[in-house]
Design a protein around this ligand. Structure first.
Ligand SMILES: [Zn+2]
Length: 173
């Protein structure tokens, strides 16, 4: 797993150090939970404003377009999307600052989403949804309905994995 940092100041160093320390074990737990391998993951640690920077850079490479405002959300702890050839997991150092348990939970949650993206046909389905959102190629109502259903199910699966943070903390201690 490649780990990068973007737009970070010295005050965010504890979060970056924690994420770096737990990444591999969190990836193993997330993959086992989702019963899927992680695929090629880039894990980035950044600030609230850095999240749309990174997501848009990945989407520009896939679609030739993006929408910074659509990805800018105050207080969001993490986010996972597609990048060429794999997935991009972004952890918000500002939202997870000062509480490393919180950071552990966020990393596990987002890595479950990375494992979901790596399931057969999922990368393409995520791309299909983004192409719809960017106005490149609209989906039918039926496709939108199916995508929402799948998103809810994936969200529940990722949320259920957060409890593994205790096991993770023990494993890296
Ligand atoms: Zn989620």
């Amino acid at each position: 797993m490649r780990i990068v940092s973007h737009r970070l100041g010295r005050q965010h160093r504890p979060v970056v150090e924690r994420v770096t320390r737990i990444a591999d074990e969190a990836g193993r737990l997330a993959a086992r939970h989702a019963r899927s391998s992680l695929g090629r993951v880039e894990l980035a640690v950044t600030t609230t404003k850095g999240i749309p920077d990174l997501i848009c850079a990945a989407h520009e490479r896939i679609f030739g377009t993006s929408d910074w405002d659509a990805w800018h959300e105050q207080g969001v702890a993490g986010c996972t999307t597609i990048r060429p050839g794999g997935s991009l997991v972004v952890i918000n150092a500002e939202a997870n600052r000062g509480c490393l348990d919180e950071a552990d939970m966020t990393v596990i949650h987002e890595l479950v989403h990375a494992a979901q993206v790596n399931r057969r046909g999922m990368w393409e389905l995520v791309a299909r949804g983004l192409a719809h959102n960017y106005g490149i190629e609209p989906m039918s109502d039926r496709e939108v309905w199916a995508a929402n259903l799948r998103r809810d199910r994936d969200e529940r699966e990722a949320a259920a994995a957060e409890r593994l943070h205790r096991q993770l903390a023990k494993a890296v201690a």
